[in-house]
Every structure is written in structure tokens, then in C-alpha cells.
Design a protein around this ligand. Sequence first.
Ligand code: SF4
Length: 137
Amino acid sequence: MSVTTGAEHGPTAGESWTGLAACAGARSGRGSDPDAMFVQGAAQREARLVCFACEVRMECLVEAFETGMEFGVWGGLTERERRAMVRQAAGSTVPWRQRLLYDSELRTRFEQERLRAADGTARFPEKRLGAARRVLP
Ligand code: SF4
């Protein structure tokens, strides 16, 4: 599994979804610091709020899983949350994109957080993903 640093996060040439990333540039209110999503502890709470309104959240999360991103907030999920999902998927041959698209709890959470971001009521922590949610085997 590859290890990345903040320097690799964010839009890069040739990756279409990254051009819509809420964490990149002025739309996030964070300037263009790609390290903004590579924070620890309480700072991850604020970082995650940027993801709630991101148009490419699912694409970002798929990228994180498919490329083995170990650090940082990706798709609004912390390293800890992603590690739990990796453990849950151990032994599965279902591609991450397919797995995530069929994860109804994840999609519901994304929609709820998007709505909270839209009306200004988004707060961390939002509900953590349940361990027993229905996912592909
Ligand atoms: S989901 Fe979050 S980390 Fe991913 S591109 Fe959007 S704002 Fe950035």
C-alpha cells in the first residue's frame, strides 16, 4: 500500500473530478493549501465540514480506497473511518466504486450532511457509520 503526503492531495492535471473539489482553492475559503485536509485530531472536524458540500465526494472517496490513501480526510471520512471500512471489505473482490455506490448507509449519510451544509447546520461529529450496515460482500 502506498503512503501519501498532503502534497499529493487535490486537483492534478488529467483528473477531471479534482477540478470540482471543494477543498481546492477559493471555494473552500482555505486558499489553495492542499495540506488543509491532512490534519489530525480536532482539526479533522473542520476539514470534514468542507467535504459535506463537495460535489465530488464519492469520487474522492473511491480514489482514496483505490489508491490506498492512508492519511488525511478523503470524501469526508477520516483515516479511522476508512480503516474500519477496509477491514470490513477484507477478502472482497468487489471494486471499491461498486461497493460504495451500493452502500446505502453511506449514501444516506452523504445526503444528510450535504443538506446540513446547505442550511448551515452541519456540525461534527455527524453520525458515524454503523459497523453492521448493509454492504456488498
Ligand atoms: S470530498 Fe473533501 S477531500 Fe475530497 S475533494 Fe471534496 S472537499 Fe476535498
